[in-house]
Design a protein around this ligand. Structure first.
Ligand code: GLY
Ligand code: MN
Ligand code: MN
Length: 440
């Protein structure tokens, strides 16, 4: 059954946002635009996450303006105007009347009227919040403020404070409500089951993109029409390319394949990585590095609970991987000194994880007042340690070269610990080998 947040959630989010702001303020949030790919073909449209979070409105070229005057909120929504000709070619538009009827706006307007209406609506507003740093919006805001300035002798009062909305909106998005947690569970479960399908379909001779086809098919059949990001399907040394998305090589017996793929369900992302042998059986070297990566994954997950320092989890992974690489002979020296020198970065060159939500690399600050922040219930993060040995690394024995491994899970911080939302997909050597025997 389709899960989604309730209609009221969007209104509650707008109220909660404005409740944090001073009186006589306005918040401006812009939708994503349509982007042309070539001639009259557009890229697939995906709404801006913050815009959707506060509006639930999924059309391009819209702008929301919420004002607070004497404590009273007014929600103005600018949208594409109805247009029979355009709707024949591109589909239904909600229009100015529709956004009031169906999306809770107090006033709906055509986006063709932005330049006329916005200066009027901002007249007398002292604090204007928007996403500073978005070039297109900055240019528009500058134009509207300039128009207002030019009317000062007519008594128009221009906002005197331009403030960063992202600090506040991102903090709200970082803590997932119970309804959002449900959708993230659904995204993680669909993603996990898709990984199982790919594991069962994997065998020598299959192309990397063909494994992705199993994954995309499962996403769509389970109601996730889009992926959260382009899948990474890297066989052999391609697994060492962190953002490999060509996915156009054949998978060979004796190599590992790394798949990093996640569904987007109702605007919420899954982000899972599994690495396994193409022929279903780990070699001794693959197994040794895999089990070291898995030890880091499991130990980091065990630390996740409210109050844990975000960076302490990364440091746990660094310590485990550094020690393990010394034991296996890929690094040599005193552990403390190697950690001090960040020697692990040659093999584990990214952070342990990131926030996950409506965006795969979700919003939210990682530091507060210069300090790595502590986890809170409702946050979702990935745990994704990796070990990647370059195929041309002559400082290690040849038997290790070209092995790339990442094990990534999606973890919700709960009141008393955590929930691994991606747990359905196997990750121990025994479980993976047993599952792959079923596929072959
Ligand atoms: N899929 C991107 C990442 O794992 O960060
Ligand atoms: Mn990933
Ligand atoms: Mn990730």
């Amino acid at each position: 059954m389709l899960k989604t947040v309730s209609e009221q959630a969007f209104e509650q989010r707008r109220s909660a946002l404005l409740a944090q702001l001073e009186d006589n303020c306005a918040v401006m949030i812009k939708s994503a635009p349509m982007v042309s790919r070539n001639s009259d073909v557009d890229y697939l449209f995906r709404q801006d996450s913050t815009f959707f979070y506060f509006t639930g409105f999924d059309e391009p070229d819209a702008l929301a303006l919420i004002t607070k005057k004497a404590g009273k909120l007014e929600y103005h929504l600018f949208c594409q105007p109805r247009n029979p000709e355009m709707e024949i070619w591109y589909g239904y538009r909600c229009g100015e009347v529709g956004v009031v009827e169906s999306f809770g706006a107090d006033m709906g307007y055509s986006n063709l009227d932005l330049d006329e209406k916005i200066p009027r609506l901002l007249d007398g507003i002292s604090h204007l919040y928007y996403s500073l740093g978005r070039a297109a919006l900055n240019t528009q805001v500058n134009g509207w403020l300039s128009t207002m300035r030019s009317r000062s002798r007519a008594g128009v009062v221009t906002p005197s404070h331009l403030l960063q909305l992202d600090d506040i909106s991102h903090e709200m998005r970082l803590i997932k409500s119970p309804a959002e947690q449900d959708m993230m569970r659904a995204a993680a479960k669909i993603s996990a089951d898709a990984h199982i399908k790919a594991m069962l379909a994997c065998q020598p001779g299959v192309m990397e993109y063909q494994l992705d086809a199993h994954i995309q098919h499962h996403f769509a059949m389970q109601g996730a029409g889009q992926a959260a990001y382009p899948s990474i399907v890297g066989g052999g040394k391609n697994a060492c390319i962190l953002h490999y998305i060509n996915n156009n090589q054949v998978l060979n017996a004796g190599e590992l394949v790394l798949i990093d793929a996640g569904a987007e369900y109702q605007y919420y992302a899954g982000d899972i990585t599994r690495t396994y042998p193409v022929n279903g059986k780990f070699s001794p070297e693959q197994k040794a590095l895999y089990e070291l990566t898995l030890k880091a994954n499991l130990s980091c997950i065990a630390m996740i609970k409210p109050g844990t320092n975000f960076n302490a989890i990364h440091e746990c992974a660094v310590e485990i991987i550094t020690k393990g690489l010394v034991e296996l002979g890929l690094l040599s020296g005193a552990i403390d000194e190697l950690i001090e020198q960040e020697a692990h970065r040659k093999f584990f060159m990214h952070k342990l994880g990131h926030w996950l939500g409506m965006d795969v690399h979700d919003v939210g600050n990682y530091k507060i007042d210069g300090q790595w922040r502590e986890l809170q219930a409702g946050m979702v993060m990935t745990v994704e340690p990796g070990i990647y040995v370059a195929s041309d690394d002559t400082e290690v024995e040849a038997r290790w070269r070209g092995i790339g491994i990442r094990i990534e899970d999606d973890v919700l911080v709960t009141e008393d610990g955590c929930e691994v939302m991606s747990r359905a997909v196997p990750k121990s050597v025994t479980e993976i080998e047993a599952l792959m025997r079923q596929g072959n």
